[in-house]
Design a protein around this ligand. Structure first.
Ligand code: NDP
Length: 284
């Protein structure tokens, strides 16, 4: 028997905050659970997942680089959100079958609503067209935005993402569009700019035309850390804007996984503050 019944699995995994977040949710809701970390070598992922569930494990979170492989493992028991994202970050077993969902998009939407940034008809610019962008387009669109533009360094990836979305939702033609990072259409006053690239990880930022930063533009970077990310720093140099990093998204996507596994939706505000304090204490 493993010493925990829930875990996050990835490679590497030591940096993951998920065990701390789920421990807080368990304390808050009075649910008894043990949540561990599993570092799976690339040739061991599927076997490790099967063994975990065969030994009585109840739920897994999946992180980089295994979300697409988790998607394949949960076929055909995938939620609509997982199908749209083409990736899975939450697994559980029901009737002896592995089921999968993707909670990243719900997590981002919950955080943006918590921050008061989503209103019907707003213009949203997403930077990046990788796995993270793919997971959030559907849930964001459901909130009723007026325009959702996906700008990516490699245009073809943004184009494919949009075409696949439109194939499932033809009514979104013209509302969701793709462009490159130097498209003149970026020169407009956005209500919300979401950085879903991994550029901040390498210390770089995405440069945007001045006009993209209006007086009321909200800036969101999916990356998070103890300090403002390079993209948030860059945006703040343009003008004093409201902004947030992706720690809230991380906690909110975990809350949605917790709800799937336990049927209870935990409160997130205090947990976000607590994990923030841990991050800051860690770099001191
Ligand atoms: P992927 O590797 O799938 O995609 C990376 C994306 O970033 C691509 O669109 C890539 O463009 C772009 N990119 C990378 N470097 C640069 C650069 N220097 N300039 C311009 N574009 C660049 O990564 P993910 O989508 O999985 O993750 C993206 C980010 O989101 C990461 O920082 C990750 O930590 C964060 N994330 C946060 C979550 C949270 O809960 N807060 C959840 C999931 C992700 P191209 O296609 O041209 O290569």
């Amino acid at each position: 028997q493993p010493e925990y019944d829930f875990a996050v699995i990835g490679h590497p995994i030591s940096h993951s905050r998920s065990p701390d977040i789920h421990a807080e949710f368990a304390r808050q809701t009075g649910i008894s659970m043990q949540y561990g970390r599993i570092d799976a070598e690339p040739d061991q992922f599927e076997e490790t997942v099967r063994q975990f569930f065969a030994n009585g494990g109840r739920g897994l979170n999946i992180t980089v680089p295994y979300k697409e492989r988790a998607f394949d493992m949960a076929q055909p028991h995938l939620s609509q959100r997982a199908r749209e994202a083409g990736a899975v970050n939450t697994l559980w077993v029901k009737d002896a079958m592995i089921h999968g969902c993707n909670t990243d998009g719900v997590g981002l939407v919950r955080d943006l609503n918590r921050l008061g940034t989503l209103r019907p008809g707003i213009k949203i610019l997403i930077l990046g067209a990788g796995g993270a962008a793919r997971g959030v387009v559907g849930p964001l669109r459901e909130q009723g935005c007026g325009l959702l533009m996906i700008a990516n360094r490699t245009f073809s990836k943004a184009d494919t993402l949009v075409k696949e979305h439109i194939a499932l939702h033809p009514q979104d033609t013209g509302v969701i569009t793709a462009c490159s990072l130097n498209d003149p259409r970026l020169e407009q006053d956005w209500d919300l700019i979401i950085n879903a690239t991994s550029s901040s990880l390498g210390g770089a930022t995405i440069e945007l035309p001045d006009m993209a930063f209006g007086n009321d533009t909200f800036i969101y970077d999916m990356m998070y850390g103890a300090k403002p990310t390079p993209f948030l720093d860059y945006a703040a140099r343009h003008r004093k804007l409201a902004m947030a990093d992706g720690l809230g998204m991380l906690v909110c996507q975990a809350a949605e996984s917790f709800r799937i596994w336990h049927g209870i939706e935990p409160a997130v505000d205090a947990v976000i503050e607590q994990i923030r304090m841990q991050l800051v204490a860690h770099v001191r």
